[in-house]
Design a protein around this ligand. Sequence first.
Ligand SMILES: [Zn+2]
Length: 587
Amino acid sequence: MKFSIFYFLMVLVTLPFTAYSQTSNASDMSNLITEFESNDNVTATYKQTIEFYKRLSNTFPTIQLSEFGMTDSGFPLHEVVISIDGEFNPEAIRSQGKAILFVNNAIHPGEPCGVDASMMLARDLMEKKTLKELLEKTTIVIVPIYNISGSLNRGSHSRANQNGPEAYGFRGNAQNLDLNRDFIKGDTENARSFNRLFTKWNPDVLIDNHTSNGADYQYVITLIPTQKDKMESALSTYMTSVMLPDLFGKMKAGRYEMTPYVYARNTPDDGIAGFLDYPRYSSGYANLHNCISFMPETHMLKPFKDRVWSTYDFMVAMLEHIQVNKDGLLEARKKAMQNSREKSVFSLDWKMDMERVDTLLFKGYEAKYKPSEVSGLERLYYDRASPYEKEIPFYNSYVSTLDVNKPYAYIIPRAYKQIVDRMKENGVEVFRLANDDVKEVEIYKIVDFTTGKSPYEGHYLHKNLQVATSIDRIQYHKGDYIIYTNQEINNYIVHTLEPQAPDSWFSWNYFDGILMQKEYFSAYVFEDLAAQFLKENPDVRASLDKKKAEDQKFAESSYEQLKFVYENSPHYEPTHRRYPIGRMLKK
Ligand SMILES: [Zn+2]
């Protein structure tokens, strides 16, 4: 993390692109050397990365570089497609029976291993015969740099605990948002473009490359697979029993043994846990598309060189796996799609199952304590002179805490076009009401929820939602949206539209309008109306009296009692806290 010339180059990379040469040819490979290969503590800048892929695509007709949508930086998102027969159309590739591997890089530009590894891999797949053969059954789509604005914001200090490269980008994007929380809420142009690109390719496997923080241990690379207990069972079984053992085995046989991500409870000695990747994260988002997804996390204290090469090796291991197991992978995915379409019960949230604990043979460093030179208090350190290999607990099972039955269809008032637009970008089929119509639907009333006290990724996230349901006849209008739940993308539909889900539109504040009352009452005026109303409605009188008897504070508050009558009278607005999306339970 030395101060270097690269620090000053950050100014240059913000300049617009210049036109660039198209004179490369396959016999001259000298311009296909990456910046990392010239200096293994260097990661390519955004401009260098795109220029490299341009040279590559000009050299090899089997590599296509194109722009795909905009990002917050003002620069477009790029897709690199590597297809051995030069077929770049997703439908055609799929009809050939090929698998599609999607690689995302620099979502956190301070963690750029994937950028450099992907550049070298794309080139080597063209130049090295044994690698080239791996393209027979797989087409690869690479996002060279996802968080472009973060990547342009280059420096040498923001990753305080990281060992190189000399200069790198910043985690926040131009809105200072973490793109790895934005896959559902879509506050950034990056996420909106990504949603469309991901849907276009509908990949079978996603690799989203990262670098870790946290404990020290012997491994250079760790792996977060999407949480297995959230997946459709056919995919989960395939991933856990076929794919993961093969990937871990391949990595162990190679240069960089890999371990599950070290999500330590305290230190790894106490055990590590599987990460619950909600749909806001890349892997959780991909899971809603029934895409098996991974976040490899290289270890921040290992040399950048090893981090890049281990990322490279992992991607090769994945290609090798697919080469042999493509049919099993596609079959599992097909079953998952069918189950998503046909199942009626959807799990929305989970908790760790502390009863089900596996053991993991782990190569760590002993955690020790010594006095801190800063505080004088005891501090933790990992003693690299004391490596160990031992079994540690691995908590990797989750159980559902919230199940819902899908409705026949959801009806969404046209006013909520923004969420419908996002859903369409994810391949959701949406119909519109041809006429005004009164529909009998199940409606949620928001009974209770909590809201974060601090902003979280540009929002005040809602949690712990409690709802009550009722069947009502609701007036809908021509142009309102209908989403049927007979779709392969049902997991996405249910997880965003069911308000209790952790990453629902409701949780991300798209329905905050309904949480505020629009009309109130003046106590002195409402007194007489309330008295008359209670005379005419003895049942409300009875419940008022009951509440007074049970609740001393309520009994002493005239306002609270008037409010109680108001809320049980026709004067109270029905739209307050009524979730506006109706659940049609039958045709
Ligand atoms: Zn990261």
